[in-house]
Design a protein around this ligand. Sequence first.
Ligand SMILES: [Fe+2]
Ligand SMILES: [Fe+2]
Length: 166
Amino acid sequence: MPSKSEKNLAIAFAAESKAAARNSAFAQKAEKDGYPQIARLFRAVADAESVHARRYLLLMRGKIGATEENLEAAFQNEIKANVDEYPPLIKDAMEEGLKQVERAFSQSRDVENTHAELYKKAMNDMLSDRQTEYYVCQVCGYIAEDSPPENCPVCGAVKGKFKKVG
Ligand SMILES: [Fe+2]
Ligand SMILES: [Fe+2]
């Protein structure tokens, strides 16, 4: 693919992914503020932006690989975030005295490592018929299997902050 469009697809993928995340956050707030219809709209648009992002990803890669490869790629991405990407961000936040930002980055860094472990485990028992429910901490993104813990091991959030995702 010519390099301009290759770069533009990457830019559009990042922008649409961001828009999806932003709209989801707006939807949660609308729900809380008592506007369920507006919340539905934000969720619908968030989903539509995800459609755009997926489309660009497909165009960049030609196709999405097999699940074994995707597990390996997802695993590597988590390790990269944990080892390479978050540490300099944490350092900057620390130097600038931004405690909340530093905490958010540090917790994300720790959580990425636990995501990597979940992928590793999944790679090892891909063919087993183990059924697991996942519960995601809505504060830090830590994922618990089978049941939510009393407190999040990464950020300390209470059980009620875990959302079942499956
Ligand atoms: Fe992650
Ligand atoms: Fe947490």
